[in-house]
Design a protein around this ligand. Sequence first.
Ligand code: 7TS
Length: 411
Amino acid sequence: MVVNSLAERYRADFPILDQKVNGFPLVYLDNAASTQHPNCVIDEIARYYREDHANVHRGIHALSSRSTKLYEDARARAARFLGAASADSIIFTRGTTEGINLVATSWGTAHLGPGDVILITEMEHHANLIPWQIAARRTGASLQYLAVHGDEGTIDWSDLERLLSQNRVRLLAFTHISNSLGCINPVRAICATARRHGVTTLVDAAQSAGHAPINVQELDCDFLVFSGHKCCGPTGIGILYGNPAVLDDMQPYQFGGEMISRVTYESADWKPGPHRFEAGTPHIAGAIGLNVAMDYLETIGRPAIQANDHHLGEVAYERLSRLPGIRILGPRRERAGLISFQLGATHAHDLVAYADQFGIALRGGHHCNQPLMRKLGLQATARASFYFYNTESEIDRLVEVLEAAIKYFGA
Ligand code: 7TS
């Protein structure tokens, strides 16, 4: 079966997973916050620093040439990973958050004005919400939301057609996979609807780039963002894909070294392509590590990872739903490999601290979805999130510990 065979084949690549926490074998179920690193990524970063490090794009000496080649190879790899036609559509960022801020600032300032609407959903992570609040405030545009219904977190996508017809929507920004609900949004259909209305689209792929095949040309989105650390890569590095037609008339986000073609005391001209969005020394080792991480994921195959996620998500739903007093967010079927829940009256933080005593790493909190939690009448949930190295027996272990927690807290 897909599930255990992926973990059986690949788990040993992750040295961090082979340890005890509080005397118990570590059960790492916080992958939606950050995934772990296989040896190949850790080794390549160390190798790069040992053998090839120098600053990129400046020197003509050997180390700088090697470093530049590795950095630009990573850009080309990211283009293939996303199905982009050209490496020029790939901008290195610090992560999803910076990618969205870049678009909200550079694209937003130039294309938004009074009377325009920015449309997002009620399930967006703060990273895909606050930059639009600020862009709206700066430009006089307004921010509207596609409503989320019930604990399942369903969006009635027929609302989209109506909202796009009735308003001057300029931008639609939405998440592919919700980090709290675990629902999977129909990106391709959404982008096609937006395209028919001439609306620019941004896809937040933070929770999906490492979990599902992505082809930006097939999705026909204008922007897509993700973070390296959620797909086996380093922290501090991420990707912003931009449709070349849209990127070409965008102004830089930050200014300084590396992004210019000519500077005088009075003014400056920018480099063409992605480089004008990458001011200063970039996270070179991060890009190189991410290149290896993307290769690694492609070797496993994202369709296999996706099938594995669905399976673990559904298994977790079935097994957790039998616990007395549990409230689970998100759909029962067709869900991503993450599950958020509230157990009786026990606060999520207490539950997470309890699970940690038994070596289980969960996340508790609002998951940077405060408005959504408020709408659902929750302060916080506990969340278990899986990756291909997790097993069904780890879900059983989670259920056992939650059963003990129910007795302990009298939930
Ligand atoms: N968008 C979504 C859907 C996310 O899940 C996250 C991070 C971000 C954006 C921001 O990513 P960053 O790498 O720039 O921080 N989500 C989570 C989470 O669910 N728990 O910790 C971080």
